[in-house]
Design a protein around this ligand. Structure first.
Ligand SMILES: *Cc1c(COP(=O)(O)O)cnc(C)c1O
Length: 378
């Protein structure tokens, strides 16, 4: 349990101070533009943002929707996934990944993670393929890209569609190609603290397939292309004009912000090596991570977290309970039990996320590193 410190937090886990300072003028202008346009949904700002994000990611189509969870659900629906189908995804991910599969009526099949990269292990995923497997859903967790060449090979060999959950990896690349451009259709999130964050909820779907993009455009708008004619049983899940206008401005800063995250990560990687029993994240070969989260692992996780609270440093755990042990999941599928995914369970028991965001100063980073070092020197 996290004990609230009597002492004031000196370094919060996340802060918008630098990001908001960078964009304040532009965001106020963007808001003014939408305010005066009198057009708040499915307008020019969304068109423009969808085109800029497509360019940035190197895909033909982007469809803005209401959240990352909706982006995943609509992506799966566009592939016709539903009852009777199986989707293979990691046992260690943010729970929304698995919720998306549950909402289509399909069966989530979990695969364990690689103990070094913390992402779904393709060899584990391959073990669970059956005739009913329709989709692989790799998650580029923490901003660390998955080995997409292996997933593409599996996808081709078994004729299984790839859907990337790149909610934590907007801006990351594998083999110099952006996450979110490998799968048949892919989903990301603009939840405020993600690498590209909105001022509220938002998400996007990316694809090179015009048919799938068209389906998603309809689906986010009640399943309708033309007012009062409904072709699909869709949702109301639209990225609104204010969010789109703001995201378009934030996208211009994304690479700068990512560079700052990379710099912080390299300081952690260099200075925390060999300290106590700390295990640092291993960067997959040929990949350029964006460090949405900086995960370390230690068997003294809870003690370290409490020690850091007393030092005024806030950390978080991503995530304390693996997917197969969540109550909601156990109500849906009764076959999994503790011990089934040793790596996912080990990560849940030992992971600790350190502060990492644009604007964190060198002094603050060294203070965090020194505090962690002093904990293990005790
Ligand atoms: C944030 C996140 C989502 C869900 O996105 P929301 O916009 O919060 O609905 C899905 N998958 C992963 C891996 C995430 O980190």
């Amino acid at each position: 349990m996290i004990q609230r410190s009597k002492r004031k937090t000196k370094i919060p886990f996340y802060s918008f101070r630098q990001i908001n300072l960078d964009i304040e003028t532009k965001v106020k202008q963007a808001f003014q533009d939408v305010f005066h346009s009198g057009w708040y949904l499915l307008g020019d700002h969304l068109d423009r943002f969808e085109r800029s994000l497509s360019n940035y990611l190197g895909v033909n189509y982007t469809v803005g929707v209401g959240s990352g969870l909706d982006a995943l659900i609509i992506s799966l629906k566009s592939l016709g996934i539903g009852k009777g189908d199986k989707v293979i995804l990691p046992a260690h991910t943010f729970y929304a990944t698995v919720l998306s599969v549950m909402h289509t009526g399909a069966q989530p099949v979990l695969a364990d993670s690689d103990p070094e990269t913390l992402n779904m292990d393709p060899l584990q995923a391959e073990r669970f393929i059956t005739g009913k497997t329709k989709v692989f859903m790799p998650v580029h967790l923490y901003g660390l890209p998955c080995p997409m060449d292996t997933f593409l090979k599996l996808s081709n060999a078994y004729n299984i569609q790839l859907v990337e959950d790149f909610a934590q990896s907007v801006g990351a690349s594998y083999n110099k190609k952006k996450c979110g451009s490998f799968g048949k259709i892919n989903a990301c999130s603009f939840y405020p603290v993600k690498t590209l964050g909105a001022f509220g909820d938002g998400g996007a779907i990316t694809t090179n397939d015009p048919g799938l993009a068209g389906y998603c455009r309809k689906f986010r708008n009640y399943g309708s292309d033309e007012k009062y004619y409904f072709e699909e049983a869709g949702l109301n899940s639209r990225l609104d004009e204010i969010q789109a206008a703001i995201l378009n401005e934030k996208l211009r800063f994304l690479d700068r912000w990512i560079q700052q995250r990379i710099k912080i990560a390299s300081m952690y990687l260099e200075n925390l090596k060999g300290i106590g029993d700390i295990r640092l994240p291993l960067i997959q070969e040929n990949s350029d991570p964006v460090w949405h989260i900086f995960p370390i692992r230690t068997n003294k996780r809870d003690q370290l977290q409490n020690f850091l609270i007393d030092k005024g440093i806030e950390t978080l755990i991503h995530y304390p309970v693996p997917v197969h042990l969540q109550k909601s999941f156990q109500k849906y599928i009764k076959t999994y039990k503790a011990g089934d995914f040793p790596v996912a369970e080990e990560i849940a028991a030992t992971e600790l996320s350190l502060p990492i965001y644009p604007g964190l100063t060198d002094d603050e980073i060294y203070y965090i590193i020194e505090s962690i070092t002093s904990f293990f020197d005790k």
